[in-house]
Design a protein around this ligand. Structure first.
Ligand SMILES: C[S@@+](CC[C@H](N)C(=O)[O-])C[C@H]1O[C@@H](n2cnc3c(N)ncnc32)[C@H](O)[C@@H]1O
Length: 350
């Protein structure tokens, strides 16, 4: 994760309205102390949450990396951004934001060492009290993954393992975000079994200790002008996310039905499932969806800022709590987010 790897323009011709650390012409106007400030806040927040020690260690390794620009903190981060509608909504409300997606380059791959380290940096680089959105690739099909409500992790092999790993890493990122009072949102298609993922459940238990209640909002992309119905669940660390439906037009109906999944039998006659022609299309948010979330954020910005400042002042002042040193709990997080290769990678970037 060297210089210039933490933000990438989607297309080289398109200039993004944020500054990357390889932008040598940029002048830094923020004092160098941003790095120290971020470090104190995330350390205090993770202690207050009694987060596993390994997550604190991960953050501190990123803070120790050379060549990262901490002087340009961002208001927003969108993971698995696709067409970037959530980020574009933020830009329209005059806030800064970074979108990340595998499509933008390998430094955006949550499954790679550089990509995940990069994402940890981007979360650490968010302004305290900022916002974050994640829409990890879903694997809701139950037949081929072995998932069920009593076994949400499925058989854990092949792509099911990779999807589980993605969600495990997203849970680590959400935990770091929570430590900095970031308003996070996690989107899944309605019916997804993600909420049963073991690390997501562990995250919810940690947040409960600080009385952070998670709201699950039901909405539908067609209410915002999408070509498919696409009912969604959005998990939010603040209840105000429900207000996105104030901007929905529930009379809208998609023009035609597109097949999202195709059921077929393989050469051995085994039933299989694969994405249909409408799947990729159905995953893209219309811009109005992103704008709606950004407007909800603007509505509550003042209140959320003061809540964040209050939380962070308290955790820094009461800095007596300690992270969770339990070997069992730490191994649990290391295994489900496969953190060992990340530690090796980061140790070479110091
Ligand atoms: C469920 S879609 C989200 C689409 C997005 N909400 C939109 O409006 O376009 C998942 C996105 O995750 C991206 N993705 C898939 N694997 C990834 C990975 N390993 N790391 C980062 N992004 C990934 C895909 O390129 C895709 O854009």
């Amino acid at each position: 994760m060297g210089q210039g790897t933490h933000v990438r323009d989607r297309a080289s011709s398109a200039k993004m309205p944020y500054r990357s650390c390889d932008d040598t012409e940029s002048t830094c106007t923020v004092p160098i102390s941003w790095k120290r400030k971020q470090r104190v806040l995330v350390n205090s927040g993770l202690r207050a949450l009694k987060a596993p020690m390994v997550v604190l260690a991960l953050c501190n390794m990123v803070f120790s990396c050379s060549n990262l620009n901490w002087n340009d903190p961002q208001d927003h981060l969108e993971l698995f951004a696709g067409v970037c509608s959530i980020t574009r909504g933020e830009w329209k409300e005059s806030r800064s934001g970074v979108p990340m997606d595998l499509d933008f380059g390998k430094d955006h791959d949550i499954l790679s060492d550089a990509g995940f380290s990069n994402m940890v940096f981007q979360v650490l680089n968010l302004r305290p009290g900022g916002s974050m959105w994640a829409a990890p690739v879903c694997s809701t099909s139950r037949g081929s993954t072995g998932r069920s409500s009593s076994n949400p992790m499925g058989h854990g092999k092949g792509t099911t393992y990779l999807h589980n790993l993605m969600v495990g890493r997203v849970a680590v990122l959400l935990l770091i975000a929570a430590a900095k009072a970031i308003w996070w949102k996690l989107e899944q298609p309605k019916g997804s079994l993600l909420e049963g993922h073991l690390l997501f459940q562990a995250l919810l238990r940690l947040l409960q200790k600080l009385k952070v209640k998670i709201t699950r909002v039901s909405t539908s992309l067609c209410w915002f002008g999408a070509d498919t119905v696409k009912p969604l669940w959005v998990y939010s660390s603040k209840p105000e996310a429900v207000e996105v439906n104030d901007f929905a037009n529930k009379t809208l109906v998609p023009p035609k039905k597109t097949k999202l999944v195709i059921h077929y039998k393989d050469s051995k006659g085994q039933p299989r499932i694969k994405g249909g022609p409408g799947l990729k299309l159905s995953q893209s948010y219309p811009l109005r969806f992103g704008v709606a979330f950004a407007k909800v954020r603007s509505r509550h910005q003042k209140k959320h800022r003061s809540e964040a400042h209050r939380f962070l002042r308290t955790v820094v002042r009461d800095g007596t709590s300690a992270v969770d040193p339990s070997p069992k709990m730490n191994k649990f997080w290391v295994d489900h987010a496969n953190l060992n290769p990340i530690f090796s990678y980061l140790s070479k970037q110091q």
